[in-house]
Design a protein around this ligand. Structure first.
Ligand code: ADP
Ligand code: MG
Length: 251
């Protein structure tokens, strides 16, 4: 399998004088894999995602995204907890947003929007609705469609289902697994919910070693996972992750 993300000895911080948030990050991610990043709140999960996305620059080390640049696609598509839809744009025009800076003919653009909405099962007349006419789960589907419309090499998701009720969350988790299967996209998925990570990912990266007065965080575990909810393996994996986090974090 080919690597799509390569981080080499990366450290990340905010502001030149502040101590780093993350240090010694070495991480290679295979194309098409579904990787979860877990760890306690404040450990640096979003920070790591921001560096992969290019929104924030690493303090030291090398960050490489392997791809053939294409004028009609982007390296990454981003999905956040809050889908951040523009209330004055209909659903289809929200999905189109990411495509507006790309070199795509108008007809292809409309087709890409339609395909993306279909992928999240919001085809038909949903494209003409306003964001306020959708449920929270549907709004997040639009957020996912907007990220997929740019045909990204990597889908970066930062606690995308964190604000949804349990039933909607479980539904969207299964939809995401289907989308991953259908598109073959590489997914980097941040969550503090270990059950969610074990349900979705084929690999789980645990950040830890930081916390109150404990200095910067780093990768403390990197485990292969069999995604799904098969009862015994699932509980074991969640418990091992939980103790791995507890051993490596001071509250
Ligand atoms: N824009 C920022 N400026 C300064 N410090 C930040 C900024 N964003 C995050 N941090 C700090 O970086 C650390 C990691 O934050 P974050 O990556 O958001 O954690 P997580 O996503 O794991 O909850 C925290 O100590 C946080 O206060
Ligand atoms: Mg975060």
């Amino acid at each position: 399998m080919a690597a799509v993300i390569d981080l080499r000895n990366v450290s990340i911080g905010y502001g030149a004088d502040a101590p780093p948030v993350l240090v010694g990050v070495d991480l290679t991610i295979e194309r098409g894999s579904f990787v979860a990043i877990v760890g306690p709140s404040g450990v640096g999960k979003s920070t790591l995602l921001r560096v992969v996305s290019g929104l924030h620059e690493a303090r030291t080390g090398d960050v490489t995204i392997h791809r053939d640049p294409r004028p009609d696609s982007r390296a990454v598509g981003l999905v956040f907890q809050d889908p951040r839809l523009l209330p004055w744009r209909r659903v289809a025009r929200n999905v189109r947003l990411g495509l507006e800076g790309l070199a795509i003919a108008a007809a292809d653009r409309d087709r890409r929007v339609e395909q993306a909405l279909k992928l999240v099962r919001l085809d038909g007349d949903y494209g003409r609705r306003w964001p306020y006419e959708l449920s929270g789960g549907q709004r997040q589907r639009v957020g996912i469609a907007r990220a997929l419309a740019v045909d990204p090499e990597i889908l970066l998701m930062d606690e995308p289902f964190g604000a949804l009720d349990a039933i909607t969350r479980h539904g969207l988790q299964d939809e995401l697994l289907r989308i991953h299967r259908e598109t073959g996209k590489t997914v980097l998925f941040v969550t503090h919910d270990l059950e969610e990570a074990v349900h979705l990912a084929d690999r789980i990266i645990v950040l830890g070693g930081g916390g109150a007065g404990a200095g910067p965080a780093r990768i403390v575990r990197d485990v292969a996972n069999q995604p799904g909810r098969d009862a015994i393996a699932f509980r074991d994996q969640v418990e091992q992750l939980r103790s791995g986090i507890a051993d490596n974090y001071s509250i």
